[in-house]
Design a protein around this ligand. Structure first.
Ligand code: HEM
Ligand code: HEM
Length: 143
């Protein structure tokens, strides 16, 4: 085996799970997104069962930022394995998920009566926004 094909093989192995057409980062997006969907749907069921809809903004954003948007990131990375393999894409995913993890519980607490948590919600929103900006950079960047 030549040195070049060895390098190519290693690069491919770091992009894809063995035997899977899905880039590792795309799979990571979907695995994280489905956890957010489970939590978001549970919050929806909790509201329905208790007839207390106070948490609906948190429920909406867990589902829309945590599931829908993150799964769309995953779909984009699945179509662009070269971009999925870039260092910036890994950083984008990490920052976005940290933002969500800070935002969702604090937003839930805010809308269910804990007003003092607002600065944490603001911080979570800004980190999430940074993740979105990085995704925009990745989309517009030449391969
Ligand atoms: C079994 C699953 C779900 C249940 C039981 C559920 C339940 C609820 C309930 C009770 C509300 C509050 C309605 C109101 O007070 O007007 C709500 C709002 C909302 N839900 Fe869900 N939900 C579920 C799944 C989802 C999913 C998967 C999404 C998005 C992908 C979603 C998006 C929203 C949005 C955006 C709102 C806010 C709507 C508004 O403010 O007008 N929900 N949901
Ligand atoms: C960091 C990003 C985001 C921030 C800071 C944010 C902030 C907000 C705020 C302040 C509201 C008004 C809530 C209320 O009056 O109760 C709102 C409502 C809403 N947002 Fe967002 N949003 C973000 C991202 C998104 C995204 C990506 C989506 C869709 C994919 C979305 C969908 C909605 C919907 C459907 C509502 C109305 C639902 C409700 O009444 O709870 N948001 N958002």
């Amino acid at each position: 085996m030549t040195a070049t094909s060895n390098l190519q093989e290693r690069a491919t192995a770091s992009v894809y799970h063995p035997g899977s057409p899905l880039p590792v980062l795309a799979s990571r997006c979907f695995k994280t997104a489905i956890v957010f969907l489970l939590i978001g749907v549970l919050a929806g069921l909790h509201m329905s069962i208790t007839h207390d809809h106070a948490a609906h903004p948190a429920h909406a954003h867990i589902n829309l930022l945590g599931w829908v948007t993150l799964a769309l990131f995953g779909a984009y990375y699945a179509f662009h394995p070269a971009k999925a393999a870039s260092k910036l894409a890994g950083i984008q995913f990490a920052i976005y998920v940290v933002g969500c993890v800070v935002l969702f519980p604090s937003l839930y607490m805010l809308v269910t009566g804990n007003a003092s948590i607002e600065p944490v919600v603001a911080a979570g929103s800004m980190i999430t926004f940074l993740g979105v900006i990085l995704f925009a950079v990745i989309v517009f960047r030449e391969d």
